[in-house]
Design a protein around this ligand. Structure first.
Ligand SMILES: [Fe+2]
Ligand SMILES: [Fe+2]
Length: 281
């Protein structure tokens, strides 16, 4: 028997809908039958406020999964655990490492999980599930675990470092996506896609036996991508047969505009308040 899967955007950089608010960050709520989960938690406790406005039941959240350990995806951990104290947390062990972003002037700023978030994780230690490799979060709903970086055109570097001095590059090895199969094909939710959106989709394709891609929503981290990389990404998305695209969060306005132009009719808003309903396979 098939049942629906409902994805609601609770945190994103933009918003549509009365009484909702946006912030730089991302959080998806996924409801599958009686079970709910969160993929990322936004930058602050806004996730709980928007959930209340949208009528999303955070108390019923069985699990949270982190796309990676950056502050704009993990800042709502404590707020969600206050509402759903038994929720399990699925994350790569590297997500909790201190990490920084380096500015052109050489200074660094912390961009990892904030202190209250780390303390909340420590307090819920028995409920933490490591996601080094592909892991089922709820029945039929998975996170990828580590994503092999195989494309030559996706520059997965950037200003990210593991130390205050800015000497040790951070490969953001904890970066992962969420995916599940539906009667129309595979749906993928991206955090920031620091591993590269095409690398991510290739990983998901390998894990789903080549099932067609129905939809890809979330951050594609093309904010500072070269025109060549954006062009190759468009080519690959077309070759992979992605039918619905929701470029969001760190995709960047120029890349998002290009995607909307290249995939007429396939792109959709993915803002706070957006809701997508899928038929389970
Ligand atoms: Fe982000
Ligand atoms: Fe990030």
């Amino acid at each position: 028997m098939s049942e629906g899967i409902v994805v609601t955007v609770l945190v994103e950089n933009s918003v549509h809908g009365r009484g909702l608010m946006a912030e730089h960050g991302l959080a998806f709520h996924v409801q599958a039958g009686a079970q709910g989960l969160l993929f990322d938690t936004g930058q602050s406790g806004l996730v709980a406020r928007n959930a209340a406005v949208l009528g999303v039941d955070l108390a019923g959240v069985r699990a949270m999964a982190l796309s990676h350990g950056h502050y704009d995806h993990t800042g709502g951990l404590r707020a969600v655990w206050e509402i759903a104290p038994d929720a399990r947390l699925y994350a790569h062990p590297a997500a909790v490492a201190p990490r920084y972003s380096r500015s052109p002037d050489g200074t660094t700023r912390a961009v990892g999980i904030d202190r209250p978030g780390i303390e909340a994780i420590q307090a819920h230690a028995p409920r933490i599930v490591d996601t080094l490799s592909t892991t089922e979060v709820l029945p039929g709903i998975f996170v990828t675990g580590e994503i092999p970086r195989v494309t030559e055109f996706e520059d997965v570097g950037g200003p990210f470092v593991l130390d205050v001095a800015g000497a040790r590059p951070d490969p953001i090895i904890d970066d992962q996506a969420m995916f599940f199969d539906t009667s129309d094909g595979v749906v993928v939710l991206l955090g920031c896609a620091h591993a590269g959106v095409v690398n991510t989709l290739r990983r998901v394709r390998d894990m789903t036996g080549g099932r067609p891609f129905h939809a890809v929503f979330g951050g594609m981290h093309l904010l500072v991508a070269s025109p060549e990389r954006v062009a190759r990404t468009v080519q690959e998305l077309r070759a992979l047969g992605v039918r619905r695209l929701g470029p969001a969060h760190c995709t960047g306005a120029a890349a998002a505009a290009r995607l909307w132009h290249e995939f007429p009719g396939a792109c959709t808003a993915c803002s706070v308040g957006s809701r997508f309903v899928f038929r389970r396979k």
